[in-house]
Design a protein around this ligand. Structure first.
Ligand code: F6R
Length: 325
């Protein structure tokens, strides 16, 4: 099996991407006024950057941050609201529809991507465009997209500065050997990835990377909510099928920690394996991105184990062709 699409190099470059993205976003966001609310619009790999940033800043942010993955923004997103439109290609129909609606409603916009129709719209409307380098698959450009958004958030007062740098430190701390081993073990299972707080957003990244890189089903859920529904499904789990991966963070609340540990015990006999992986680093941002990188490597090695090329996502391309995107 060959990785002829450069996925390994892209994952290896995530730390550099974060720093470069931060610089680009800082410049693009320099003229933004502090908004009264934020909406982050995007799909797939480009939505992930907003999902992660929101999870990391929401606790301290002075204004509400919501996100949409679809064809529209809320009707309240007008003057005073910042709508961040994230599309790496710049040609994703849903994100363009959000940009059009937000512009029509009088919201401020920040567009993030490599170019495409989104860039054209931003330039025509005189809205800031954080232009990141092209040539990657969107999910492999996460560092650029996240960094750009984090840089712009810091520039307009939505968050403190330095988050992307902390994330880059977390990426550098990743245990690649452990990730490779886990990827091999998950390759023949259906992994269920669980986390709490920011690690719930990271769990979703693991799910989508396993889907797209390893071409396998995987699902994610969040503590403590999953202890009120999904935990019961383990009672009926077909044997030898599901694996559980628990993304741990030493910053998790005591109550949550107790729930996670009890859950691991309760589902242990129903799972092919229960793996607990702990984020590395001094800050929540570093720990989250050490786990983002860990998951990217897990998905990469799961792909190799399954004998599939991690880079192409033919079905997404075929779907976009069918709908004329
Ligand atoms: C491809 C990928 C997809 C795209 C999605 C939206 O690597 O991850 O999920 O991100 O189809 O396209 P963009 O990101 O160009 O707006």
């Amino acid at each position: 099996m060959v990785d002829d699409g450069g996925m390994r190099a892209a994952i290896e470059g995530m730390g550099q991407q974060l720093l470069e993205g931060d610089r680009i976003g800082g410049e693009a966001g320099g003229d933004l006024a502090m908004p009264t609310a934020v909406v982050i619009a995007g799909m797939g790999g480009s939505a992930m950057s907003g999902e992660l940033l929101r999870a990391l800043v929401i606790g301290d942010c002075a204004v509400p941050i919501t996100r949409v993955r679809g064809f529209g923004v809320p009707s309240w997103a007008g003057p005073g609201t910042l709508v961040v439109c994230s599309s790496y290609s710049g040609d994703t129909a849903e994100t363009l529809a959000c940009a059009d609606q937000a512009h029509g409603q009088g919201a401020s916009l920040l567009c993030v991507g490599m170019g495409g129709a989104l860039e054209q719209r931003a330039r025509a409307w005189g809205e800031p465009f954080a232009q990141v380098p092209g040539g990657l698959h969107p999910r492999a450009a996460l560092g650029y997209l996240f960094g750009a958004m984090a840089g712009a958030f810091a520039a307009c007062g939505l968050s403190r500065a330095g988050i992307a740098g902390e994330c880059a430190q977390g990426v550098a701390a990743v245990d690649r050997d452990a990730a490779a081993a886990l990827g091999g073990r998950l390759a023949t299972t259906i992994p269920l990835i669980y986390g709490s707080g920011p690690m719930a957003a990271v769990a979703y990244r693991w799910k989508t990377q396993l889907n797209e890189n390893a071409k396998m089903h995987a699902f994610s859920h969040a503590f403590p909510e999953l202890d009120h529904n999904e935990i019961v499904a383990w009672e009926g789990a077909p044997s030898g099928t599901f694996a559980a991966v628990l993304l741990r963070d030493r910053g998790e609340r005591d109550e949550t920690r107790r729930m996670i540990e009890a859950t691991a015990e309760l589902i242990g006999q129903d799972a092919v394996l229960v793996e607990q992986v702990e984020g590395r680093g001094d800050t929540a941002a570093a720990r989250a991105f050490s786990m983002v990188a860990h998951g990217d490597w897990v998905s990469y090695h799961a792909a190799l184990e399954r004998g599939v090329n991690p880079t192409p996502v033919d079905r997404i391309g075929r779907l976009k062709q069918r709908i004329g995107e």
